[in-house]
Design a protein around this ligand. Structure first.
Ligand code: NAG
Ligand code: NAG
Ligand code: NAG
Ligand code: NAG
Ligand code: NAG
Ligand code: NAG
Length: 268
């Protein structure tokens, strides 16, 4: 199974396609191993529990280090922008355990859980754009009208990419929903680790976005992840609807007629 995944990874330019969207995806880097009684593992344990118990940082992005080189461990956690601090901490706790089980010896590993991303490494990972690996997962359901769907999806992702990249040093996150005519509503969420510059965030999301039509054109949903940024869209609301920005205000002008109400032609 593991070999299969690695082979696929090479064939797809470090991109792995799965048919269903998993609740969590993990990736163990092959950049170095530690032993179970090593100083590195002790530092890693210290770091993960300090992240979990930290209550000072409450904006969902954590970058911490523990130990001294060559056993220094760096870690980053990014919680999804619509989740509470409690949900964030629970996600960190569960993801830490899952990741240590999945990658029991690797010095560098990452997990994309539903509500948080956790990554640790012996290398420096702060303030750095990293799009390798780029993993994609899609919902196997097809949309009835691909053209109409893409006509809504593409501008939505373009607009959210701009909003995400325009965020500040603690939040680079945006979500929104837009209805597709005669179909469902698309719900989309984009995020970058906020330590990235605006340019790097935009660059990261662009790389992911370019990939979407190549693998998943006409699919009802997808999740595309890299260490620095990720994109998800679905035809159901997978995030807290209260986090949505208000719709743009209608500005009626004296010269234009009032907006028409939709008319029903049924039942004549
Ligand atoms: C790390 O361990 C795995 C087996 O668990 C092995 O396949 C891999 O080659 C090792 N990597 C390094 C860099 O030693
Ligand atoms: C624990 O570490 C010692 C040296 O620090 C080493 O000799 C021993 O093999 C290690 N044991 C395990 C189980 O990794
Ligand atoms: C996760 O939470 C459990 C109890 O809920 C606790 O025992 C454990 O130490 C926590 N894990 C970490 C990494 O802090
Ligand atoms: C990008 O976002 C910024 C800040 O939210 C906004 O001022 C600008 O108009 C947007 N640009 C485009 C092309 O949407
Ligand atoms: C960053 O943006 C978020 C969301 O817009 C806001 O709540 C927060 O106060 C901002 N932080 C800084 C340091 O500007
Ligand atoms: C963590 O990130 C903050 C804000 O981006 C930065 O000021 C701080 O230096 C970083 N910490 C480390 C250990 O690099």
């Amino acid at each position: 199974m593991k070999m299969g995944c690695l082979t696929l990874l090479l064939l797809f330019f470090f991109t792995l396609i799965h048919l269903v969207i998993p609740t969590a995806a993990q990736y163990c880097y092959d950049t170095g191993n530690y032993t179970s009684n090593s100083t590195y593992r002790a530092n890693l344990n210290t770091l993960l529990s300090s992240m979990y118990s930290n209550t000072e940082i409450d904006y969902g992005f954590y970058n911490f280090s523990a130990g001294e080189s060559p056993n220094k461990v760096n870690a980053i956690v990014l919680c999804r922008g619509d989740v509470s601090t409690d949900v964030c901490r629970t996600c960190i706790n569960e993801s830490s355990s899952t990741l240590l089980q999945s990658c029991p010896n690797q010095m560098e590993a990452i997990i994309w859980a539903e509500k948080c991303v956790l990554r640790y490494s012996h290398r420096s990972i702060f303030n750095m754009l990293d799009t390798d690996p780029l993993l994609g997962y899609y919902n196997i359901g097809d949309v009835p009208d691909v053209g109409a769907f893409n006509k809504v999806l593409r501008p939505l992702l373009d607009s959210l990419r701009n909003s995400t990249a325009s965020g500040n040093s603690t939040h680079k996150f945006a979500l929104q929903s837009v209805p597709v005519p005669n179909f469902e509503t698309i719900y989309a969420l984009l995020e970058c680790t906020p330590d990235l510059s605006r340019l790097d965030c935009n660059n990261c999301l662009s790389q992911v976005q370019v990939f979407i039509p190549r693998c998943c054109n006409g699919k009802q949903g997808g999740r595309f992840v890299t260490p620095s940024c990720d994109i998800r869209y679905e035809i159901y609301s997978f995030y807290d609807p209260a986090a949505e920005p208000p719709p743009p205000p209608l500005v009626p002008s004296a010269a234009s007629p009032p907006p028409e109400l939709p008319t029903t032609t049924q039942g004549i």
